[in-house]
Ligand binder design. Structure first.
Ligand code: B12
Ligand code: SF4
Length: 461
């Protein structure tokens, strides 16, 4: 089978897409699993030379195209699959949106296959020609009738996963805060149950981790051109002893003389283990991405975040003491928050001295607990369709209209990033944090960081 795996383009102009561009690990991992087949990867976020005509000409060369699909890419995925079907090319869709709602295969006959959950082995079995009805995790169309096969059990041991096929990509466009970057996955899933979160639904609250040695091997696969690794794990620090082991392996192998690391973590892990943060700093971690969501305790309780505002403050302080930058993420429009409550949150973002922040509108992703609650209370418009979602607020709340949320989102960025204190003091401090204590690394990076980094970031907000 000749297959083209496509990463649909993001809608630009909102959220994370501005400050980072990461390689499509999902597609590289699928390609790794289907090594016996002719699989190529096209990332439409980095190759801007593609218009519809060029895309159509490329698609015609394959037996099948496969797309990854977050909810914000759904419309694009439909259009690309339509183009493929017009050219008699088979289509397969996987990732978060189709997993949360596999019934979308019934809405559009441009989708031949949908893969639910972890895709590596489902994809491989399909390409290998295993009878469709025996492939767990697959939904498919046969003679016009749709079949949903039972779910595929989660892989027991993540070390059994194939290695991502990184040689399929040109890495020159991938960056985190404009530093050349790659992504590595050390674990899957999260045992918590925040009511807005899709990870809980996708992985059924199951957490599994690759062994520290496997993580190290994957770090050795990071292309030489890249200087930063973003761990995509939802909660890299969940297992304290494992983190210490990984840090020790990184130090012993001296990988930290070349690479710096960024990970997603939870407030409670950081607050509970300052010694772990110290070790992470020594191993080259420079920034933690944390979903704080709100500084209102009642909101944290409602969304089942299971930590306190005091823990947030304590985690930020621990990071500061260890010179680790804090990238805080917040939700605008938490249930129960008034306009003034959100203004308070915005004020706190600056007051607590975060290095970076992003805000997202409260979004009720398909089949999450929040989605059912929002539908029941009429917070989502009856005519709302994911294929029309423009990435902005998609629901009102008891206290805020969609327009209020839009206004507050704008205000949050304006107030945080256009604040002269942040621009001058925190920025200089941030840059120092980012590069110390390794001055060699500093000088190598400073040029590009200044030329296309922070200034570009601020200009675009
Ligand atoms: C890394 C990441 C990003 C990267 C994406 C980089 C990239 N090129 O992939 C960045 C930082 C850019 C990003 C951005 C966003 N992200 Co994001 N991201 C993640 C994260 C943390 C890890 C994804 C990952 O790489 N996992 C590792 C790979 C191996 O797993 P995977 O992607 O799930 O792929 C597997 C299966 O899904 C399946 N599969 C996937 N695709 C396909 C395709 C085919 C053909 C097949 C057969 C199977 C298949 O098989 C794969 C292997 O098992 C996830 C959380 C998570 N736990 O997954 C959130 C997550 C996917 N992101 C999410 C969101 C909401 C966003 C944003 C919209 C947030 C925002 N407000 O900015 C933005 C979009 C930006 C934009 N401008 O449009 C949500 C998605 C929700 C949804 N319903 O779609 C998640 C789940 C986070 C969350 N907790 O809500 N994100
Ligand atoms: S928001 Fe983070 S901590 Fe909460 S369930 Fe999702 S991944 Fe886990």
């Amino acid at each position: 089978m000749k297959v083209l795996l496509i990463y649909p383009p993001f809608q630009l102009g909102a959220g994370m897409g501005k400050v980072m561009c990461s390689p499509p690990l999902s597609l590289l991992s699928l390609a790794g699993a289907a090594e016996d087949h002719d699989v190529e990867v096209l990332d439409l976020n980095t190759d801007y030379s593609y218009g519809i005509d060029k895309l159509e000409r490329r698609i015609q060369k394959y037996d099948m195209i496969g797309l990854t699909c977050m909810s914000n890419m759904y419309k694009m995925a439909i259009n690309i699959c339509k183009l493929a079907k017009q050219n008699d090319v088979q289509t397969i869709l996987g990732g978060f949106h189709p997993t949360l709602d596999p019934h979308i295969i019934e809405d559009y006959n441009y989708f031949d296959y949908i893969v639910k959950g972890e895709g590596e082995f489902t994809f491989k079995e399909l390409l290998d020609g295993k009878p469709k009805k025996e492939i767990l995790g697959l939904s498919y169309r046969d003679n016009g009738k749709v079949h949903h096969n039972p779910e595929r059990p989660f892989l027991q041991n993540l070390d059994d996963l194939p290695y991502p096929k990184k040689d399929l990509l040109d890495y020159s466009s991938y960056h985190y805060l404009w530093v050349p970057a790659d992504v590595v996955e050390g674990s899957r899933g999260c045992p918590f149950s925040c009511n807005f979160c899709c990870v809980t639904k996708f992985y059924n609250r199951l957490y599994r981790a690759k062994s520290p040695m496997r993580v190290l091997r994957e770090l050795y696969q990071v292309p030489q051109s890249q200087d930063l690794v973003f761990f995509v794990d939802d909660n890299f620090t969940l297992n304290y002893k494992r983190v210490l082991k990984i840090c020790s392996l990184i130090q012993k192998s001296h990988l930290n003389s070349k690479l710096r690391f960024v990970c997603q973590t939870r407030v409670d892990d950081i607050a509970a283990h300052p010694d772990m943060v110290r070790e992470m700093k020594k191993a080259g971690f420079i920034c933690f991405f944390m979903g704080f969501e709100s500084f209102k305790q009642s909101s944290l309780n409602t969304m089942q975040k299971s930590y306190s505002v005091d823990k947030i403050k304590s985690a930020i302080n621990i990071c500061k003491k260890n010179n680790i930058m804090v990238f805080g993420s917040f939700i605008i429009g938490n249930i129960g928050e008034t306009y003034d409550d959100v203004l308070f949150n915005i004020k706190m973002m600056s007051k607590l001295g975060l290095d970076f922040m992003m805000t997202n509108p409260l979004t009720a992703f398909p089949n999450t607990p929040l989605f059912y609650e929002a539908r029941e209370h009429g917070w989502i418009d009856k005519d709302f369709k994911w294929e029309e979602w423009n990435f902005g607020p998609m629901m009102k709340t008891p206290d805020l209209s969609i327009d209020d949320i839009k206004e507050l989102l704008d205000l949050s960025y304006e107030s945080f990033y256009k604040n002269p204190k942040w621009l001058l003091l925190d920025k200089i401090k941030g840059i120092k944090n980012l590069f110390s204590p390794d001055a060699g690394w500093l000088f190598k990076q400073l040029g590009s960081f200044f030329s296309n980094g922070i200034s570009k970031f601020i200009m675009k907000i």
